[in-house]
Write a protein that binds this ligand. Structure first.
Ligand SMILES: NC(=O)c1ccc[n+]([C@@H]2O[C@H](COP(=O)([O-])OP(=O)(O)OC[C@H]3O[C@@H](n4cnc5c(N)ncnc54)[C@H](O)[C@@H]3O)[C@@H](O)[C@H]2O)c1
Length: 279
């Protein structure tokens, strides 16, 4: 089904739309002539995305927003009600990355990543669901990661937040079904964006590992965004955007015990270190 048929008003809000996947999604919707609310903490990037949306044929609404503050979601909701009379799709995309050995990650860093990568999605969903119920339709896209499916070593805080996002989305998929509200959860593997800008890790080793993963990726934000929009059209719950991610997803479903044994073996043997150029 065409997305416009389901949502003729063509209104979407995207958090973290100032960069990377969020911006690519905004431009994908702009090409379809949607109205896009750019909810972003970085006002410079927010304005850049808004300008690009207009250039690409869409309409932009700038919403300065820190997703870790529930009141800012409420403010965004009120702005959308006032400006557009509502909204059709909420994309919870804003996120950050971190890594480190479990016992070395400082507690404030746990707080930081849990607030941005997990709790903000809880705030977003609980703020917008009443509006979607009132409207009799709506759609939630939660951006998780393949890290929520295959929990790689030295990435525990990131893995935990993304697994939480998957659980949140799976629950809402069923809970909201009677209300004509769809839910998708996006699980990409690495692709190059500005995610390393705010990356934190106690050891330089993990920064090198993460950077190498990004450098080695052959996928772009644009490709991932195209896949996401096409999956919303199909109403897919799990949006596994890349071939390596699909392989991991199948392995996990087939035999998680074997999958983690293989990862543990490779990690013990130093295969990861060799591949990623660290020691
Ligand atoms: N790039 C990858 O390889 C990859 C892989 C899997 C999942 N993801 C996920 O994709 C999403 C988008 O990340 P990206 O790769 O495009 O990174 P990015 O850094 O390019 O974009 C993230 C955006 O979120 C914004 N943001 C950060 N904190 C915010 C806050 N408190 N309030 C509002 N906005 C905030 C940033 O300013 C930035 O514009 C994230 O959830 C990330 O975890 C990325």
């Amino acid at each position: 089904m065409k997305l416009e048929k389901k949502f003729p008003e063509k209104r979407v809000i995207i958090t973290g739309a100032g960069s990377g996947l969020g911006r690519a999604l905004a431009l994908e919707f702009a090409a379809l002539k949607w109205r896009i609310a750019v909810a972003e903490i970085n006002t410079k990037r927010m304005k850049e995305t808004a300008a690009l949306i207009k250039k690409a044929g869409g309409k932009a609404l700038e919403i300065p927003c820190d997703v870790t503050k529930p009141a800012e979601f409420t403010r965004a909701l009120n702005t959308l009600k006032k400006e557009w009379g509502g909204v059709d799709i909420l994309v919870n995309n804003a996120g950050v990355a971190a890594a480190g050995f479990m016992e070395k990650i400082p507690l404030p860093e746990w707080e930081w990543i849990m607030n941005i990568n997990l709790k903000s999605l809880i705030y977003g969903c609980r703020t917008f669901i009443p509006l979607f119920k009132e409207q009799g339709s709506g759609y939630i896209v939660n951006v998780a990661s393949n890290a929520g499916i295959a929990a790689l070593p030295e990435m525990v805080s990131y893995n935990v937040t993304k697994a939480g996002v998957i659980a949140l989305s799976e629950t809402l998929r069923t809970e909201l079904a009677p209300h004509n509200i769809g839910v998708s959860v996006v699980c990409p593997t690495f692709f190059k964006t500005n995610l390393m800008d705010q990356f934190t890790s106690p050891d330089e080793r993990q920064r090198i590992m993460a950077s190498t993963f990004f450098e080695k990726s052959r996928t772009t934000s644009e490709k991932v965004a195209r896949h996401v929009v096409s999956s919303i059209k199909k109403g897919r719950l799990y949006v596994i955007t890349q071939a390596d991610g699909k392989f991991i997803w199948r392995m996990k479903r087939l035999n998680p015990q074997i999958m983690y044994s293989v990862i543990a073996w490779g990690y013990r043997k130093g295969i990861f270190d060799k591949y990623l150029g660290v020691s």
